[in-house]
Design a protein around this ligand. Structure first.
Ligand code: NAG
Length: 136
């Protein structure tokens, strides 16, 4: 390879790998007790493969999506968090979930979407939103 080509391919490589990012996460500031709380996470993996999307409430993982795992989705018990399975819509660009049976005292908190890429890069990105639960 000539020097010129080597430089070009380096630039190309750098611009591709830098595309990995969490583009947006959305969550309500205030969730109504009677509603399904929708949490949505959008990401751009660039040239990398998605390894997992993990959802946390106050640093406790409650849902995991691993498109190439043995089990595509996994649930973990966290107080105040009940997944509405019909609301789940996850793929390689997006992971939307819904929570139901909200509890005023236990469902509010810091919700985080975290994405990670496959080996060898193992890149990580996340975004957190605080949600307050209101209503009666
Ligand atoms: C969420 O709330 C905590 C304290 O309750 C605060 O430290 C943090 O900055 C808030 N995060 C966001 C994203 O608003």
């Amino acid at each position: 390879m000539e020097k010129h080509d080597a430089i070009l391919s380096l630039v190309y490589f750098a611009s591709c790998t830098s595309a990995f990012r969490l583009t947006s996460m959305s969550a309500p500031k205030v969730a109504d007790l009677r509603d399904i709380m929708e949490l949505d996470c959008h990401f751009d993996m660039g040239q990398e493969e998605l390894y997992a999307v993990k959802w946390y409430k106050d640093d406790q993982e409650f849902f995991r999506y691993m498109p190439r795992g043995q089990q595509e989705t996994r649930l973990f018990p966290v107080p105040g968090v009940k997944l509405d399975t019909r609301s789940v819509d996850c793929n390689k660009n997006r992971c939307k979930i819904g929570l139901t049976d909200l509890k005023k005292m236990h469902s509010g908190g810091a919700y985080r979407c975290e994405i990670s890429s496959e080996a060898p890069a193992f890149r990580l990105a996340s975004e957190t939103h605080n949600v307050t639960v209101a209503g009666k």
